[in-house]
Design a protein around this ligand. Structure first.
Ligand code: ZN
Length: 183
């Protein structure tokens, strides 16, 4: 497995609409493995292929449920990765939920976003089998956030233009400073 570089906003590649996959073959599984490793290392809870420069409809997710605590009070988390290829929302609840969202492509910025509280998503899994995912809570938000990436949408696009511009300007400035420091 390998760590992949994550593209950060504002970068036009994040606006690409990702293409559907014909099937899940060994090359795609390799990409999914690398994406998962990259996501864990970041660390993050979701990553779309377009964020690592591959505009195809593939997502990895892992909310790593807390399963207990160590004697020192540190949370014990169990890995439970989800692989979603060609995901499609079949149903979304009228009920909405607000969660504070962040994104590996929008580093160090967080904002409340309102989305349907529950969704049913049809997708292919790691082995190319069709699956139905019924998500609520954080998972519902996370799935919708990642699916937005497949259509070139970032969580900041759900904010007011003023809030979005402030975040994107700060990111642009941070990127310039980083480049200047590297020279
Ligand atoms: Zn994201």
């Amino acid at each position: 497995m390998a760590l992949l570089p994550i593209i950060t906003a504002p970068d036009p590649r994040l606006k690409l609409v990702s293409a559907r996959l014909e099937r899940v073959d060994a090359a795609i599984r390799k990409l999914l493995d690398d994406m998962l490793e990259t996501m864990y290392a970041a660390p993050g809870i979701g990553l779309a292929a377009v964020q690592v420069g591959q505009p195809i409809r593939a997502i990895v997710l892992d909310l790593q449920r807390k399963t207990g605590e160590t004697e020192a009070g540190e949370p014990i988390r169990e890995k439970a990765p989800l692989f979603l290829v060609n995901p499609e929302i079949l149903w979304a609840s009228d009920e909405l939920a607000i969660y504070e969202e962040g994104c590996l492509s929008v580093p160090e910025h967080y904002a409340d976003v309102e989305r349907p509280a529950r969704v049913k998503v049809r997708h292919l899994d790691y082995h190319g089998r069709e699956q139905l995912l019924e998500a609520d809570g954080m998972l519902a938000t996370c799935v919708q956030h990642e699916m937005d990436h497949l259509d070139g949408v970032l969580f900041v696009d759900h904010l007011s233009a003023v809030k979005r511009d402030i975040i994107l300007r700060k990111l642009q400035k941070a990127r310039k400073q980083k480049l200047a420091a590297a020279e």
